[in-house]
Ligand binder design. Structure first.
Ligand code: NAI
Length: 700
């Protein structure tokens, strides 16, 4: 049963019962519809109460049904709501905990609504690129007023029932029930059982004194804030329709708009991200009920750029951190940076001074390993040097208590070798934070050959606690994100050799939607970092073709923003990237040395080469088992590298373009004499999926 039916005195009670959040999947809808018929047919029943079992009234449509015929199978949500409206006996929705999306739309179709305080009420469809499709945009303005309804529909954010109940003139709730909700709902049902005519939200009207100007202002704001997404503007159009059109016409317009949005690449991308984010937390061979270790106290080794930011994550979550360094000055510098970060947040009004002090109060420092003995987990963020890491891990092995988790923030070193420095490789794991570690959402959780499943499960849970998007990566040089970005940057540099300018490449990929192009990104991260990596690669991969231009740039000391000059020029204290004549000259000089006649390169080629370089490397990572799912790669790129959200990540984007087309373009790039034909050989997985007419999404 997905909804239960019971009779309590003169009232029938239909209880949605589809864990975890009573999603309105087909079976649930059918059971509610059956319950309505039973209640109509039972002469002893005078009123019907609909409520939800467990932790929600209803979280809305069952997203697992999206894109399947089940979603529209009768009774669909629209026809179920019509059946509720048509009931000859009053139907009362009894709302608690969570009432969102389709759940709220169903409640709005009921004759009355009673709610417990603290119920989170929302129409969150805009977050997956949609509008509410079962009357939400037509009914909510009629009960809340246009402005409050539009705010909820456009933001998708939940509002607590008691706040909504306090809005003047609201008709959303007929009663707020303190105490037992069911007792209150049944008492209310008894009061209204004989009342006729039955009230319907569709009979109310929505007004705005200044409708045209108000909606135009809203459209301008939405366009400026989310230019890539059509759904916010459609939300506004629909609320405008609730004012301008008769109810049934508004409902029809809402439905046709909803179905059109379902097919947009933007909504498909957002739905993919919604699912991928949840799926990233699931690891095939680590069951959800794997026991986790208790992590209440942390230690961080190294108080540099990363160590400080990493520590802040845990302080923010209320967990005490002890930070260890080799010298007092380094500790003092690290603590001063953390303090400055908190002070900046206080200045911006993001944090109270009292809270900032509380968090700082959880931080202690030491030069002595003995002080780490009671930490449940330690994260090492010392210099990227295997010898230094060896010293640290051997020491940690001596002092840490049994069962403590030993994590390394290494970005390139072999975690299995680091684990082998200890006698407890099962307790060793990689936690690859991104800079600035207190801000960036992404955390690559690196699973060593011997990392214990409970250690993995613990770190994934802890990552969630500090609000990171955690993605598991196997051990390889660069893990998922940096291994892919290396190929992306390689293409960017080759494009410049062939005829583009850094600003042309940056502009093209920024128009595609990236937050920042590869040259601005390199200047921000420091060009010397890539230089060091390339030097290693020249030795490891002597056959691969690399552009020498970035090395020439580094030889002139142009390391990026930190030296005031990189691919661009920078004015002191500013971050604006100014095209540099010196760099252009350097590029042109190098082309002459190589005998390259520059050609005009279109934006399409720039975008395809940069993005498909990511896709092909991503396919290799999947094939090698470094990444478990295409969605994991997408989450890495969306949360760590500024990949445009409306495209859903590189692998999702490739699916949207069609893998057949991706492979065709790669075959074209193989003919470029200045690039590597072998690199553009489609990864076997990509070639297979393309040949079978499949996608990364359903290929895995
Ligand atoms: P950093 O140079 O800013 O900080 C390293 C700190 O470790 C210094 O304060 C140093 O005094 C301390 N240290 C060195 N040897 C030590 C020892 N034996 N015991 C205790 N402390 C010691 O370096 P950063 O950038 O913070 O990098 C740290 C680690 O994080 C490296 O493994 C790096 O590859 C990794 N990483 C760096 C990222 C970045 O963007 N900077 C991003 C992701 C990972």
């Amino acid at each position: 049963m997905s909804a239960r039916y019971a009779v309590h005195g003169p009232a029938a009670v239909i209880t949605l019962d589809n864990p975890p959040v009573n999603g309105l999947g087909h079976a649930t809808r059918r059971d509610v519809a059956d319950g309505l018929v039973r209640a109509q047919d039972d002469p002893a029943v005078q009123a019907i109460v609909i409520t939800g079992a467990g932790r929600a009234f209803s979280g809305g449509a069952d997203i697992r049904e999206f894109d399947t015929p089940q979603a529209m199978r009768e009774p669909n949500l629209l026809s179920l709501i019509l059946a509720i409206e048509a009931s000859g006996k009053p139907v009362i929705a009894a709302l608690h905990t969570v009432c969102m999306g389709g759940g709220l739309e169903l409640a709005l179709g009921c004759h009355y609504r009673v709610a417990a305080p603290g119920c989170q009420v929302a129409l969150p469809e805009v977050k997956i690129g949609l509008i509410p499709g079962a009357g939400g945009t037509q009914r909510l303005p009629r009960v809340l007023g246009v402005e409050d309804a539009l705010n909820m529909i456009l933001s998708g954010e939940p509002v607590a029932s008691e706040r909504l109940a306090a809005l003047p003139g609201q008709r959303l709730f007929d009663r707020l029930v303190e105490g037992d909700l069911m007792t209150g709902a049944l008492a209310f049902a008894a009061e209204v059982a004989a009342r006729r005519p039955l009230p319907l939200v569709r009979r109310l009207t929505a007004h705005h004194p200044n409708a045209d100007a108000y909606f135009q202002f809203a459209r301008n704001t939405a366009t400026a804030m989310a230019p890539q997404f059509p759904a916010p503007r459609k939300c506004i159009d629909m609320v405008a329709a609730s004012v301008a059109l008769p109810f049934d016409e508004g409902l029809r317009l809402e439905w046709s708009t909803f179905t059109a949005l379902m097919l947009t690449p933007e909504s498909r991308a957002l739905r993919h991200v919604f699912m991928a984010e949840r799926a990233a937390g699931k690891i095939a061979d680590v069951p959800a009920d794997t026991p986790v270790r208790s992590v209440k106290r942390l230690a961080v080794i190294g108080a540099g750029t990363m160590g400080g930011g990493i520590a802040m994550n845990f302080l923010n979550a209320g967990l005490p951190v002890v930070m260890l360094e080799t010298k007092q000055e380094a500790l003092d510098r690290g603590v001063a940076t953390i303090r400055r970060n908190y002070e900046a947040q206080v200045k911006k009004g993001k944090l109270t001074a009292e809270r900032a002090e509380q968090r700082l109060g959880l931080l202690s420092t030491t030069l002595d390993y003995a002080d780490l003995a009671d930490a449940d987990m330690v994260i090492e963020a010392v210099f990227e040097d295997l010898g230094v890491k060896e010293q640290v891990f051997r020491r940690l092995d001596e002092v840490m208590k049994p069962g403590a988790i030993l994590a390394s923030n290494t970005s390139t070193l072999d975690l299995n070798r680091i684990a082998a420095f200890t006698r407890r490789p099962q307790d060793v794991i990689g936690t690859h934070f991104f800079s600035p570690a207190n801000v960036m959402k992404l955390l690559e959780v690196v699973r060593g050959e011997q990392t214990g499943k409970d250690v993995l499960a613990t770190v994934m849970q802890l990552g969630k606690k500090i609000r990171k998007t955690c993605v598991v990566s196997g051990v390889c040089d660069g893990f998922i994100g940096n291994r892919m970005v290396e190929q992306y940057l390689r293409q960017a540099f080759l494009l410049v050799d062939e005829g583009s300018t850094p600003q042309q490449v940056d502009k093209a990929i920024e128009r595609f939607g990236f937050a920042m192009g590869p040259f601005r990104m390199s200047d921000l991260a420091g060009n010397d970092i890539g230089w060091a990596i390339r030097k290693r690669r020249y030795a490891e991969r002597p056959h691969m073709q690399y552009s020498k231009t970035p090395d020439l740039l580094c030889e002139t000391g142009r390391f990026g923003q930190k030296t005031g000059a990189g691919w661009y020029d920078y004015q002191a204290g500013k971050r604006d990237a100014i095209p540099s004549p010196v760099v252009l000259e350097l590029i042109e000089g190098h082309r002459r040395t190589l005998g390259i006649t520059p050609r005009k390169i279109g934006d399409d080629e720039i975008v395809e080469r940069l993005v498909y370089a990511l896709v092909n490397e991503g396919a290799h990572l999947l094939e090698e088992g470094i990444a478990a799912k295409a969605g994991d790669i997408d989450m890495v790129y969306l949360t760590g590298y500024g990949f445009p959200l409306h495209r859903g990540g590189p692998m999702r984007h490739a699916d949207e373009v069609g893998l057949f087309n991706v492979v065709r373009a790669m075959r074209r790039f193989q003919h470029n004499p200045l690039d590597d034909a072998a690199f553009w050989e489609p990864a076997p997985l990509l070639a297979r999926l393309a040949a079978d007419g499949k996608t990364f999404g359903h290929g895995l």
